[in-house]
Write a protein that binds this ligand. Structure first.
Ligand code: SF4
Length: 376
């Protein structure tokens, strides 16, 4: 099957680069032509333009993994971070291989939840709350359902699969929590990891009060309220936690009719002060719907904001945090690394392949497929 959406439409020419960058871009183009349909390059929205210009498909982490699974390409080069390449490896077939141009490109949020810490928390929360593990619960018992954000290691997705849990993305988190509460029973609860902000913002949007939420920090004494509905892992995104309410106030003072849209990985106060919040795909649609001349402050990664600005010349788009840096781990995918893995693939090597062990794939696939089975 040939994948046809959503193709990357960035217009970025070699004229905008220095001679060394232009030579790398030319060589990547040659190698792509040489490998033809055997190669599929995926680009996450947070990648720099010099990477995105080579991507066959542009999207968020889950969309890209799904589209990779629908393609026939033998070599899938994922220009994103490690957990994304893992998800692509789980969802693609055994004769496809997923390559990450730089193996050091991780995600600081995903690294905040390690399997051994989650296993300790799981046992303690079950014991403190009196809730049951869905994998062993008897009929009628209230349960604790583990829900992991897509931005997590494959081992944690496997944990969720083995304990009756599920994966969510920033665009389907509310629907996934509804699914979890249906299975948890009227007095049941959810353990949500690794991003506390996405969990809290989603819970609030569903009417769960803050008093029925608690934060779990490994290694500390953690209280669990009697009527807890959601236990939030302490993790956060180092990019999205930089957005603040004073930044929104400063923007509104300058542009009283302007709009603020932020990602739900931002802190609760920021999400509540914004006009709208949602996933990267939601932000793209929100921006595209505004009247010409509108000033829009966007609270997400700077490469994506800059690209939105260049794609919408009739709007005034700016990052909510004027001095923000790119996501440092996404930035580790330099064009030179992309060229290097393509050279080696063309020479018959298989560099930087991301392989999820079969025993981990099993549970992770269950948790991912549960998510896919839910109509949003
Ligand atoms: S933007 Fe945040 S969540 Fe996304 S890869 Fe970077 S650190 Fe991880």
């Amino acid at each position: 099957m040939t994948v046809s959406l959503p193709m990357c439409a960035i217009d970025f020419t070699n004229d905008a680069m220095g001679p060394e960058e232009a030579a790398i871009a030319d060589r990547i183009t040659e190698l792509k032509e040489q490998m033809g349909e055997d190669l599929l390059i995926l680009g996450h929205h947070y990648q720099r333009d010099q990477i995105v210009m080579h991507a066959d498909l542009l999207g968020d982490s889950f969309l890209l993994s799904e589209l990779a699974a629908q393609s026939d390409a033998k070599n899938i080069v994922f220009c994103g971070v490690h957990f994304m390449a893992e998800s692509a490896d789980i969802l693609t077939s055994n004769n496809q291989r997923v390559i990450l141009p730089n193996m050091r490109a991780g995600c600081s949020m995903a690294d905040m939840a390690a399997l051994d810490e989650v296993e300790i928390a799981w046992e303690e929360i079950l014991s403190k709350s009196g809730l049951s593990d869905p994998a062993t619960a008897k009929e009628g018992e209230s349960c604790l359902i583990p829900v992991t954000y897509m931005n997590s290691a494959a081992e944690l997705k496997d944990f969720c699969g083995r304990h009756g849990g599920i994966v969510c993305t920033s665009s389907n988190a509310a629907g996934i929590l509804e699914w979890a509460y249906e299975r948890a029973g009227p007095n049941g609860a959810v353990l949500f990891f690794p991003d506390q902000h996405l969990g809290r913002n989603t819970g609030l949007s569903m009417g769960i009060p803050l008093e029925r939420m608690s934060v779990w920090t490994p290694g500390e004494e953690n209280e669990i309220p009697n009527d807890v509905k959601i236990v939030l892992w302490h993790g956060f995104c180092s990019v999205h936690k930089r957005f603040t309410v004073p930044q929104i106030e400063a923007f509104r003072e300058e542009h009283p009719d302007g709009l603020v849209v932020v990602h739900p990985e931002c802190p609760m106060e920021v999400v509540q002060a914004a006009d709208a919040n949602g996933s990267t795909e939601f932000i793209r649609r929100f921006v595209a719907q505004q009247e010409p001349g509108t000033h829009i402050a966007v609270g997400t990664e700077i490469n994506m904001v800059a690209r939105l600005d260049s794609q919408h010349e009739d709007l005034h788009i700016q990052c909510l945090e004027p001095t923000i840096c790119p996501c440092s781990t996404m930035y580790m995918i330099h064009p030179a690394y992309l060229m290097d893995v393509l050279e080696r693939l063309a020479d018959g090597e298989v560099p930087n392949q991301v392989i999820v062990a079969p025993e981990v794939q099993e549970g992770a696939k269950i948790a991912l497929e549960r998510m896919l089975s839910i109509k949003q």
